[in-house]
Design a protein around this ligand. Structure first.
Ligand SMILES: Cc1cc2nc3c(=O)[nH]c(=O)nc-3n(C[C@H](O)[C@H](O)[C@H](O)COP(=O)(O)OP(=O)(O)OC[C@H]3O[C@@H](n4cnc5c(N)ncnc54)[C@H](O)[C@@H]3O)c2cc1C
Length: 460
């Protein structure tokens, strides 16, 4: 019997959570992640319940030279939440959210999903600025930056992060904030899971109320080129309270879209307005009036319902290959490239997503966190999604070609939307100055690169 095999029963007793080995009940469901492209088989899954468990798991993995993968929400399209042969430190049982309604803050466990945070904060009319799909993990999203419907007004998720409790590579449990372990706190705001495992995030929440005026409006795909030209200019005039995005995809069978358009390419215009609905309506009217509107789902909705409105379009298990850029601008030439590739979407679940980004995040000093690309007005996301392995090559080629063709209009990439794209591309998520500082922090906090199942920042 190997030393590792002999040590497993002791480790099972040591942690309050559970340990799963290959073949044991629950092993397969807990090694599965959102992106169905990955089918990795770890030697062990440590389902931790608290920071002490996480610390013991790190020490055990290091003692037995097991590669560590950290699973937050398991959503990352690059598949880094699992590894072959090593240990998955699974945080998904760590789900507590504590809201302090007086201070308007929330303490969120490292394994929480966004839906749990919205549910807890909304009891007080509060929300943490974060992503748009409720089954995304807070862990990965926050450590890479985090943006969503209210970030133009309230900043990125990291701009609202007050502190973290973290287990570092030597198993220590430490606190980091603007006044304690500052270099670690800086690196954790954009540098991903490179520096340790966050067991608790403390966020500033915003008082947004429980109901908001939201979209979407639906336009004809035939007018996409003209609409995008209008969109790029119009949204730049919007106050931070209004966030309007564009999605090019096949129309889902929603009641407010006429049946004849279901399954046909359309321009979906989701929006969120933080304010008096009548004021928001006035700002949305020009969107409706531009060209033809074929569907309109706008109205005042509960925030938690809106935050789950896109969940069904991106359920777990499909094959995914996502590519992304921050866009310097949407020039006419760029729009022509976008519409020509969108017209050839490789699968009915794929989509082209164009969020409007600038606002409060752009007014934050680009080196005050490890998220430097704050001044690009748009993001271009190619959500390539399909079901059959036989479609892999065709779908991935579409994404790669589209991505290459739009590269001249781009500047950098959001680290959370990287696929497995190689170390040079990881550097493009950062400026040189930020990269050098991240490497310095990595050398200090994880000199042996224990945490490398991520968009890796090597210590040298
Ligand atoms: C459908 C979908 C919608 C999305 N929408 C948005 C959006 O609106 N806004 C946005 O900003 N991003 C969005 N993203 C991107 C998202 O931010 C990343 O996929 C993110 O990595 C997801 O985090 P996770 O915890 O679910 O992922 P995981 O796959 O579990 O983890 C991702 C990485 O982070 C590490 N990690 C996770 N938790 C921790 C932790 N507690 N401590 C240390 N390391 C950790 C993992 O080791 C891994 O390297 C979306 C992604 C998908 C697939």
């Amino acid at each position: 019997m190997s030393k590792y095999t002999e040590s497993v029963p002791g480790f099972r007793k040591l942690i309050t959570g559970t340990v799963l080995l290959p073949g044991e009940k629950g092993y397969d469901e807990n090694r599965a992640i959102w992106n169905g492209m990955f089918d990795k088989k770890p030697a062990m899954i440590a389902r931790c319940l608290n920071a002490e468990d996480v610390s013991q798991a790190v020490l055990f993995a290091r003692e037995h030279q097991l590669q560590i993968a950290v699973k937050g929400g398991g959503h990352n399209s690059a598949g880094n939440a699992v590894c072959d042969d090593g240990m998955v430190i699974d945080l998904s049982l760590m789900q507590s959210v504590e809201v302090d309604s007086q201070r308007q803050t929330a303490k969120v466990d490292g394994g929480c999903l966004l839906g749990a945070v919205d549910e807890a904060t909304q009891k007080h009319g509060l929300a943490v600025s974060a992503g748009i799909v409720s089954h995304t993990g807070v862990g990965g999203l926050t450590l890479g930056g985090g943006f969503g419907w209210i970030s133009r007004k309230y900043g990125l998720t990291i701009d609202n992060l007050l502190s973290v409790d973290m287990v570092t590579a030597d198993g220590s449990m430490i606190h980091a904030s603007a006044t304690e372990n500052e270099d670690l706190f800086w690196a954790a705001r954009g540098g991903g899971g490179n520096f340790g495992i966050v067991t608790t995030f403390e966020f500033q929440a915003a008082d947004i109320g429980t109901e908001l005026y939201t979209g979407p409006v639906v336009k004809r795909f035939e007018d996409a080129g003209e609409y995008l030209r209008f969109y790029r200019d119009y949204v730049l005039k919007m106050p931070d309270e209004m966030t309007i995005w564009t999605v090019l995809r096949q129309a889902p069978p929603l009641p407010f879209i006429p049946e004849e358009y279901h399954g046909k390419m359309v321009v979906l215009v989701p929006f969120v307005w933080l304010g008096d609905p009548e004021e928001g309506e006035k700002l949305i009217q020009p969107i409706r009036d531009f060209g033809e509107t074929i569907g309109d789902g706008s109205g005042v909705k509960p925030w938690t319902a809106w935050q789950a409105a896109f969940d069904g379009l991106v359920e777990h298990g499909a094959r995914n290959y996502w590519k992304s850029h921050h866009m310097k601008s949407l020039s006419d030439e760029c729009i022509d490239v976008i519409t020509s590739y969108a017209a050839k979407l490789p699968h009915d679940e794929s989509e082209v997503f164009i969020p409007h980004m600038e606002g409060a995040p752009s007014r934050v000093d680009p080196v005050s966190t490890a998220f430097p690309h704050r001044n690009t007005p748009f993001l271009l996301n190619l959500h390539t999604r399909w079901r059959e392995t036989s479609d892999d090559e065709r779908c991935m080629k579409w994404a790669r070609d589209f991505h290459d063709a739009t590269r001249p209009f781009s500047q950098g990439v959001y680290v959370n939307f990287l696929s497995e794209e190689g170390s040079d591309r990881v550097r493009e998520a950062y400026t040189e100055e930020v990269w050098d500082r991240l490497v310095k922090a990595k050398k200090r906090w994880d000199p042996e690169n224990v945490f490398q199942m991520n968009q890796n920042i090597p210590p040298e």
